[in-house]
Design a protein around this ligand. Structure first.
Ligand code: ATP
Ligand code: MG
Length: 460
């Protein structure tokens, strides 16, 4: 078995070996190299103690000395560095709180170090001298495309409950299945996930969502993990929708929709949450058909709360919430058979209100939603989105005024006209924008400043 190691990784391993220590590439990078995937980062495990590692390399950072980790840096360019985590062989002590080992002890044994790792596919080491070290049959798991714990699954998940999320996340990234015993232990121990921080859960959730197999959300649900960190999603899986537009329950439709947007964090989150309020909004009419009035708006509020709870950053939250709010709107609220001019007016108003940036994502969300619905009226629905997109492009191409900053005048022009600085300036600019959205040719200094009185009155 020969794997191709990057030059810097070879350099680190050789330097450590020449000083009399053992050293190997280990964990995720060995797994990915065996699968022919490009590893994100290369980690090295060694018998050298952190101080000994520091003594052998010119530039290092003390990343986590108490856990045995030193980062070694090599210059990659003028201001850039390649970094490699070098960690001493270690045994994790007793886990006290389903999260952190109480202490770690260093060990001279590679096998002991591999034993503390989560899954057999993540517990292999490699260097050019020894070749592959695979004490727990990780290679056969890779061949059988499966995730299996190192040792007793029950113990491993009790030590660190995050590993339950990691198992499903790796299954999603690699297109593997979780072996029955490991899966059964996740089902049994899922409630322990409540001891894990929202930040760590968020990281695993996002990795699963942007993977090639976001449909593994279903496994998270079936194991009882979503009950712990996303009960709102579990509710979708229990909400039927009796409607011509749907053949599946809300959760199944949601999962299907994930597969119809490209791998992008905001888009996949928007699909995950687009129907999150349906269980709350469901009504059944006299013909037995279900309706979900108001679900985009209520869903947007729910999404905001959930993303805050899961500690997502403000920008991601804002973008996802916006998409959930807009996903089901007749985007531009066009009148049937309105004149071209009237339609473009409506479109300008919508773009001005929602911001022009949201639309490419919104069209992707709407298409994914439609593709995950029943075939009923599908081509008509898709054609409608195509039409919206054409209008949006047309307005952008004309480079017409869509916001206050695009107006031909600004606050200082108004002050020069004798308007006192203060809230009135903003009110007048707003009135001008409203007017210009209707009549774009009015966006010039002569017209706007020549009709100041009208705009002042407008806003009273
Ligand atoms: P990726 O970088 O794609 O997330 P990875 O396998 O490299 O995948 P990391 O989180 O970078 O995962 O961890 C590197 C290695 O450390 C893993 O391959 C595994 O051997 C070990 N490891 C990481 N987290 C845990 C954990 N919670 N429990 C046990 N071992 C772990
Ligand atoms: Mg990694």
């Amino acid at each position: 078995m020969v794997l191709k190691l990057p030059e810097n990784v070879k350099k680190i391993i050789h330097t450590l070996q020449d000083a009399g220590f053992e050293a190997y590439a280990v964990g995720g990078c060995v797994r990915d190299a065996l699968l022919g995937r490009e590893p994100d980062d290369w980690d090295i495990t060694t018998s050298a103690l952190p101080e000994q590692v520091k003594g052998l390399f010119a530039r290092t950072i003390d990343t986590g000395l108490q856990h045995g980790t030193v980062t070694v840096l090599f210059r990659a360019g003028k201001d850039s560095w390649d970094t490699y985590e070098v960690t001493t062989f270690r045994i994790d002590g007793v886990y006290e709180d389903a999260r952190h080992p109480k202490d770690v002890t260093f060990t001279p044994s590679l096998r002991e170090d591999l034993k503390r790792r989560d899954f057999a596919i993540n517990a292999m080491a490699y260097n050019e001298t020894v070749g592959l070290v695979d004490c727990f049959d990780g290679l056969s798991d890779l061949k059988n495309r499966q995730i299996r714990c190192v040792g007793e699954a029950k113990e491993r998940f009790t030590e660190d409950a995050l590993r339950m999320m990691r198992a499903v996340r790796f299954a999603a990234q690699l297109g593997f299945s979780v072996v029955p015993d490991t899966l059964a232990q996740i089902k049994a121990l899922a409630p322990r996930l409540s001891m894990i921080s929202a930040e760590r859960i968020q990281t695993e959730l996002v990795k699963l969502l942007v993977s090639d197999h976001p449909e593994k959300m279903e496994t998270l649900y079936q194991c009882g993990l979503t009950d712990v960190f996303l009960p709102e999603f579990s509710a979708l899986m229990k909400t039927p929708q009796n409607s011509r537009h749907h053949g599946e329950n809300v959760g199944e439709h949601t999962i299907e929709s994930l597969r119809h947007v490209r791998s992008d964090k905001v888009l996949r989150l928007a699909m995950l949450f687009h129907d999150i309020a349906k269980p709350l909004c469901r009504t059944t009419d006299e013909n037995g058909e279900d309706h979900f009035h108001g679900h985009p708006q209520i869903g947007a509020e729910m999404t905001k709360k959930i993303l805050r709870r899961l500690k997502f950053d403000n920008d991601t939250t804002r973008r996802v919430v916006n998409l959930v709010r807009l996903h089901d709107e007749r985007v531009f609220r066009l009148e049937e058979n309105g004149s071209d001019q009237k339609q473009l007016r409506t479109v300008r108003r919508a773009i001005s209100r929602n911001g022009e940036d949201v639309y490419p994502d919104l069209f992707a969300v709407m298409r994914a939603d439609i593709l995950a619905q029943s075939a009923y009226m599908r081509s008509e629905k898709l054609a409608r989105v195509d039409g919206y997109e054409r209008l949006w492009k047309e307005v952008l191409l004309k480079k017409q005024c869509l916001s206050i900053k695009d107006l031909a005048v600004d606050g200082s022009d108004l002050i020069a006209q004798g308007i006192p600085s203060g809230p009135e300036i903003g009110q007048i600019l707003h009135a001008m924008l409203e007017d210009v959205l209707d009549e774009p040719e009015r966006n010039n200094r002569e017209y706007l400043l020549g009709h100041l009185e009208k705009y002042q009155k407008d806003d009273l």
